[in-house]
Each structure stands twice: as structure tokens, then as C-alpha cells.
Unconditional design. Structure first.
Length: 343
């Protein structure tokens, strides 16, 4: 793909997200979401592989369905109230439909099945964009809406944490592991959205930093399966050691950065007397922690003193990105900055 086309696609992707995030009118938000989808499709299908084509088709169908639901519900709300403003969406049916459409775009359970398949058919860089940047526009619309269906959001958040943990246990592909990890983290995020917007912002910031650090490490080491992880030490032993902290931070272990959002969300739930939900989502996090620990074990703790019998892939000399060091540092050491991040 020529640099001109790349620049047009990247600028369109950025502009469309900014349009949606800065709009107060449903039509402007819908235009931004559609432009975002159209900009992302060529990027997904760039490798010209059948899997990439399949992923782009699935992504197109899901995003189009969600956009059609948003347009229908916002038109229904305007018909009933005479208002196109996002903050004046007050009809319960319209609010519920728009929330379902936005949660479909975010990939929350039980409407999550498209997300791991699209990530598996994409390149690692495209999967990183889908896991981080593409979450901004739907989240911004959820921020602006006032009358969200709280019970439905809490149920779907808890279900996403459960599904993201259990479904990731039997995966051997790193992209699918990161997809189910994203589903579980989106569950925590959507529960935080129901409680406190400052905690939601801090949660999304920490999630973006940890996911970027993990995907950047996987891209640098060209690791797409567990087998690749097992022999990555021969290519960059220092990086695989640092990946241990990123994986444990994704699992939410203290004193790493990933513990911060879970700590704040559980505190808010306890203050609002939602103790059963707190216990449920805390227990549902353990399967996620298990497959993170399994990845950490394969990556770092099985480093043998000599060459393994596993067949090594042909690799060029690893060029560590300059961004990787500060991102991994932030993914591990932001816990002391908790008071500053939520105020």
C-alpha cells in the first residue's frame, strides 16, 4: 500500500474518532462511527489473506449492524422527544438499543463472538489498534448518555469478566488470548462506567498502557502462538523477562499498575453495597490470572540453560522499539500515582 493511501486511512481513522468524541448530535456521532468503520476495513484486509478477508467481512457486518441500531434508536428518540442531542436521549427503548449497539462495538459478552475471530484474522499491529483506539468512540458516547440501563450494564459487565476468563483458558493463539483479555477488561470498564467516570478514565488509561506494552512485545518477538513464546528467550532474553511484569500486571496483581483499576472498582462497589457482585467478579478474575501466569511461565520461567529441542523459527535480529521501555515501565509502576489519576 502506498504511503499516500496509508496517510489517508490513518488520518480518516483519527478524524472519525475525534468527530464522534466531540459530537453532541446523534447524526454527527453516527457519521463518525461509519467513517471509522470504512477507514478500518482496508487496514484489516491489507495482508490479502483469506483469514484477513474473513475478519474484515465479520467486522463490517457487526459494525454496520451496530450503526443501524444507533440510527434507528436515535431517530425513535427524536420522533418522541424532538431532540437529537446525545445527552437528551430519554426514551427507555432508544436508550437500551443504543447501549446494546455500543456494547456490541466494544465486544462485551454475550455479544462478543465476533471479536476474537476478527483479532485472529488480523495482524498484530491491527489487533492492537482494534483493542485500544477503536474503543474510544463507543466509550465516549456511553460517557455522554445520561439514562443508561444500569442493571443491564452490570449484568453484561460481570458476564464479560466470566466469559473472558473461562474462554481464554483453552487458547493457544496469543491474539485470541489478548482478545479474551480485552473482553474481561471491558467488563471491568463498563462496571466502572456505572459507578464513577474518573475511575472509568483511569481504568481505560491503564488498560491501554498494558495492552500496548503486551502487543508491542509480541510484535517485536513475532510471537503468535504459545510455541513461539516458549522459544522467544533465544531471541531477546531481556525482553521476555520484562514481559513477566506486563503479564502479571494484566492479571491485576499488586503492586503492579493493573491492580489499580480493580482496587478502585471493588472499593466503589463495596461503598454502594454491591457486595455479591464484588465477590463474583473477583472470583471470575482468577481464570484470567491463570492464563496470564501460564504465558509468563512459558515466556520466562522455562528458560533452559541450553538449546531446546523445539524447532526455532528463522528470525532476524530483534530491533527493540524506543516506545517499549517507557510503556512497559508504565504498565508496571503506576500504582503510586493512583490518587493523581482519579482526581
Amino acid at each position: 500500500m502506498s504511503p499516500l493511501i496509508w496517510s489517508v486511512l490513518i488520518s480518516s481513522l483519527s478524524t472519525s474518532t475525534i468527530i464522534t468524541m466531540s459530537s453532541y448530535h446523534w447524526l454527527a456521532a453516527w457519521v463518525g462511527l461509519e467513517l471509522n468503520t470504512l477507514s478500518m476495513l482496508p487496514i484489516i484486509m491489507l495482508p490479502h489473506h483469506p483469514r484477513a478477508t474473513e475478519a474484515a467481512t465479520k467486522y463490517f457486518l457487526i459494525q454496520t449492524l451496530a450503526a443501524a441500531l444507533i440510527m434507528f434508536a436515535s431517530t425513535l428518540n427524536a420522533w418522541q422527544t424532538g431532540q437529537w442531542s446525545i445527552t437528551n436521549t430519554t426514551i427507555p427503548l432508544a436508550t437500551t438499543m443504543i447501549t446494546i449497539a455500543l456494547l456490541l462495538k466494544l465486544g462485551l459478552a454475550p455479544i462478543h463472538a465476533w471479536y476474537p475471530e476478527v483479532l485472529q484474522g488480523s495482524t498484530l499491529i491491527t489487533a492492537l489498534v482494534l483493542s485500544t483506539w477503536q474503543k474510544l468512540a463507543p466509550l465516549a458516547l456511553l460517557y455522554l448518555m445520561n439514562d443508561l440501563p444500569n442493571k443491564m450494564i452490570l449484568i453484561m459487565g460481570a458476564l464479560s469478566i466470566i466469559v473472558g476468563g473461562w474462554a481464554g483458558l483453552n487458547q493457544t493463539q496469543t491474539r485470541k488470548i489478548m482478545a479474551f483479555s480485552s473482553i474481561a477488561h471491558m467488563g471491568w470498564l463498563i462496571i466502572a462506567l456505572n459507578m464513577n467516570l474518573s475511575i472509568t478514565t483511569a481504568t481505560f488509561t491503564i488498560y491501554t498502557i498494558m495492552t500496548t506494552a503486551m502487543f508491542t512485545s509480541l510484535i517485536t518477538l513475532s510471537t503468535k502462538t504459545f510455541t513461539d513464546l516458549g522459544v522467544a528467550w533465544s531471541q531477546a532474553p531481556g525482553m521476555t523477562t520484562v514481559m513477566l511484569t506486563t503479564l502479571l500486571s494484566l492479571g491485576g496483581l499488586p503492586p503492579l499498575s493493573g491492580f489499580m483499576p480493580k482496587w478502585l472498582i471493588l472499593t466503589s462497589l463495596c461503598h454502594t453495597k454491591l457486595l455479591p457482585l464484588s465477590v463474583l467478579i473477583t472470583a471470575a478474575t482468577l481464570p484470567s490470572l491463570f492464563f496470564y501466569a501460564r504465558m509468563a511461565y512459558l515466556t520466562t520461567l522455562t528458560t533452559p540453560p541450553n538449546t531446546t529441542p523445539t524447532q526455532h523459527k528463522w528470525r532476524h535480529k530483534t530491533q527493540t522499539p524506543q516506545l517499549l521501555t517507557p510503556v512497559i515501565t508504565a504498565a508496571a509502576l503506576l500504582l503510586p500515582l493512583t490518587p493523581m489519576m482519579i482526581t
